[in-house]
Design a protein around this ligand. Structure first.
Ligand code: AMP
Length: 282
């Protein structure tokens, strides 16, 4: 496994691979890797000849009062995990290389960037789309792997790829969870034992919607109220949003809900967690 920190070196490595006819699969991450990230790596391995994983805690997607400084950084342990998964290249640039003084160009996906997490985290999706566009230009992947865990991010990036005619196929993999249902997240490390238990309410709320929808309930309002009632049963959960929306436009769905996205965000202590579920199409 090769560790590359220099942007030009990464571009040349990718170009060389493509000239040999190899396909490139790419998994962008912020590190502190867990099984959710590794599921994307395995998918990339199955899909492409050369697998590149980036580890970059992107300052542009953090708000001024958010956890940029304390976000876990574990490059050594992450590298060992990636080596064991058969990853070919880890790309870990410095913030100074990614954003040299005077860098003023950003990518903004209009409208979608102001919904869900974008509403509570102004500028977050501009940071995400900018860094992913830059990483695509650096790594030049044929396939890019993302987790359904970040459902709004998936919508924003799909739109960016479409609108800017980026020559990359986006593949979205399912959410990986702990045995008790908590969605894996690098931020779970911030939770106390109590908060970790309280955070299970997110999964309970989503399950409530899933089971009501499975028994025929089609009213988004009723499904939403049922989920809100579950969330209210856990006073430690400070709700940010719970929405039943179209997964591509992120707008609330009207009467029927098959294929709809149920997305939730709440804060436990100082830790903001997100989770979601796609209702089965029938
Ligand atoms: P992050 O390091 O948090 O930026 O995440 C990197 C990628 O891993 C993103 O595409 C995430 O959606 C994905 N990811 C994070 N957590 C999970 C999870 N529990 N299951 C599946 N994918 C995940």
């Amino acid at each position: 496994m090769r560790m590359i920190r220099d942007i030009r070196e990464m571009q040349l490595a990718s170009r060389a691979a493509r000239m040999q006819g190899l396909s490139v699969g790419f998994v962008p991450t912020m590190g502190a890797l867990h099984e959710g990230h590794l599921s994307l790596v395995r998918r990339a391995r199955a899909q492409a000849n050369l697998v590149v994983v980036s580890i970059f805690v992107n300052p542009l997607q953090f708000g001024p009062t958010e956890d940029l400084e304390r976000y876990p950084r574990k490059l050594e342990a992450d590298s060992a995990l990636l080596e064991a998964e058969g990853v070919h290249i880890v790309f870990a640039p410095s913030p100074e290389q990614m954003y040299p003084a005077g860098a003023t160009t950003t990518v903004h996906v209009g409208e979608l960037s102001d919904k869900l997490d974008g509403r509570s985290r102004p500028g977050h999706f501009r940071g995400v789309s900018t860094v992913v566009a830059k990483l695509f230009h650096i790594v030049q992947p044929d396939y890019a792997l993302f987790g359904q865990k970040d459902a709004a991010q998936v919508a924003v990036l799909r739109r960016m790829v479409r609108d800017l005619n980026m020559d990359v196929e986006m593949i979205v993999a399912p959410i990986v969870r702990e045995a008790d249902g908590l969605a894996l997240s690098s931020r779970n490390a911030y939770l106390t034992l109590d908060q970790r238990r309280q955070a299970l309410v997110l999964q309970r709320a989503l399950k409530q919607v899933e089971s009501l929808a499975a028994s025929g309930e089609r009213s988004p309002e009723k499904l939403r109220s049922a989920a809100l009632a579950v969330l209210a049963s856990e006073p430690a959960a400070a709700l940010d949003y719970l929405e039943i929306i179209d997964p591509d436009t992120l707008d609330p769905v009207a009467a029927t809900t098959p294929g709809a996205l149920v997305a939730v965000a709440a804060t436990f202590g100082t830790t903001r967690l997100i989770d979601n579920l796609l209702l089965p199409r029938c």
